[in-house]
Design a protein around this ligand. Structure first.
Ligand SMILES: Cc1cc2nc3c(=O)[nH]c(=O)nc-3n(C[C@H](O)[C@H](O)[C@H](O)COP(=O)(O)OP(=O)(O)OC[C@H]3O[C@@H](n4cnc5c(N)ncnc54)[C@H](O)[C@@H]3O)c2cc1C
Length: 387
């Protein structure tokens, strides 16, 4: 067993850290406040090969795994730039395409995802179904050669920045008559696809949308994979990368907050010559948060290692645990950082309260802490399912 990164992974970490620090949290916040996107950072990360680290080399990627992509997510977040679209486009969409897309779909989409010139976002959540994906109401019906899609999706991130949305719909299985999931690559400018921006209490340059699909007609090759049978495995293929990279983003955000707070408490003096960090009432909560973040990082490393070794089932357990741990640790770290900074913690200048909304959302999305606890109770502890 080793806890060391390979020399290449170390280099990647250092290089992404340097890139993230050149932009920093103030850039991220300025873009968010201006209603703009982190276009320059995304483009540069793409040019340097960081967005495609997990994409096979034959499609323009780096040929690495989720370990490498998690490094990118964590280091950009640790520099104050937690980019949710890294989770959506390179982690979910690129993995689903690499593993289950047709050769034509891989050739068409993966090079653009790898160099950052293209983004594909992911739409599964629906207003009525919520956490219960078995209740998905978006339906795809055959229409001549192609498909007709109807339904509604909510909280879909980055639709305004993407060329395509990977829409999860249900179809009728011609052999059993039962409904089964299928994924469709829908252009964001497809006739019948409309969106409205949701106002979220999160300081982020990335936006969430309600999506309406009204008789959206797509050709046969918009169906992801060779046949309808690809739907279910493709849907599952995205889950582990999603959980692991979102956890890495949380751990990076936690590190960022603890670093800001530690710098402050080590130098701020209000009682004689001692720093406020010398008071254990200040330093212990910070140290506690640092322990939680580090524990989450260990679980992320385990989950990514298992996933990259092809051990999907074990990675599922570790990935869920990593996501849970990192979500809690990030929320704790940011809240603690705000507290030990005192009034400065609530200013925009010190750049920690700006993350409160994001880390709070990290305990809900992309999978809530309760649904992870359900998963662990059922699959690790052998408890009956209550729902
Ligand atoms: C910032 C942000 C970005 C997002 N981006 C995307 C995206 O790009 N694409 C996408 O498809 N979705 C996206 N989502 C949606 C996200 O995945 C959902 O919000 C999440 O899965 C929870 O679903 P819900 O909001 O419908 O909550 P609900 O299912 O309504 O649940 C509400 C609460 O009840 C709890 N609960 C529900 N069922 C159970 C149960 N059986 N046992 C115990 N507790 C339960 C939940 O844990 C939650 O706390 C995003 C959400 C946010 C906040």
């Amino acid at each position: 067993m080793t806890f060391d990164l390979t020399p290449e992974q170390d280099q990647l970490r250092d290089a992404v850290r340097a890139l993230g620090r050149r932009y920093g949290h103030s850039y991220f916040v300025e873009k968010a406040r201006a209603g703009e996107h982190t276009t320059e950072l995304w483009a540069e990360a793409g040019r340097l090969g960081y967005l495609g680290v997990n994409i096979p080399t034959e499609y323009g990627g780096g040929g690495g795994g989720i370990t490498e992509l998690a490094i990118v997510c964590e280091e950009l977040a640790a520099a104050g730039c937690p980019l949710l679209l890294l989770v959506v486009s390179p982690a979910i969409a690129a993995t689903v395409l690499s593993r289950h897309g047709t050769e034509e779909q891989r050739k068409r989409h993966l090079p653009g995802l790898a160099d950052g010139s293209q983004k594909i976002v992911f739409a599964i959540t629906e207003p009525e179904a919520g956490s219960n994906f078995h209740r998905l109401g978006t339906v795809a019906r055959r229409d001549g050669d192609g498909w007709l899609l109807n339904g509604r999706k909510c909280y879909i991130s980055g639709v305004d920045e993407a060329g395509h949305v990977l829409v999860v719909a249900r179809t009728e299985d011609s052999s059993t008559g039962k409904l089964k999931p299928a994924l469709f690559l829908v252009p964001t400018d497809a006739p019948g696809l409309t969106r409205s921006k949701l106002d979220m209490e999160i300081v982020s340059p990335e936006n969430q949308f309600l999506l309406y699909l009204d008789d959206v007609r797509v050709p046969a090759d918009a169906l992801l994979g060779e046949s309808l049978d690809a739907g279910l495995p493709a849907l599952f293929a995205g889950l582990n990368p999603e959980r692991i990279t979102v956890a890495a983003m949380g751990a990076g955000t936690g590190r960022y907050a603890i670093e800001r707070a530690s710098e402050y408490t080590a130098t701020r003096k209000v009682w004689g010559g001692r720093s406020i960090g010398s008071h254990q009432g200040v330093s212990h909560p910070l140290a506690h948060a640092a322990v939680q973040v580090e524990l989450a990082r260990l679980m992320i490393q385990k989950a990514a290692t298992l996933y990259d070794a092809g051990r999907d089932l074990e990675a599922g357990v570790s990935g869920n645990m990593a996501k849970y741990a990192a979500g809690e640790a990030a929320a704790l770290a940011v809240d603690t950082a705000v507290q030990v900074l005192g009034g400065a913690g609530m200013t925009t200048e010190y750049g920690v309260a700006t993350l409160l909304g994001a880390v709070r959302a990290g305990r809900i999305a992309p999978v809530s802490r309760e649904m992870i606890l359900n998963f662990v109770a059922q699959h690790v502890l052998g408890q009956d399912k209550s729902y």
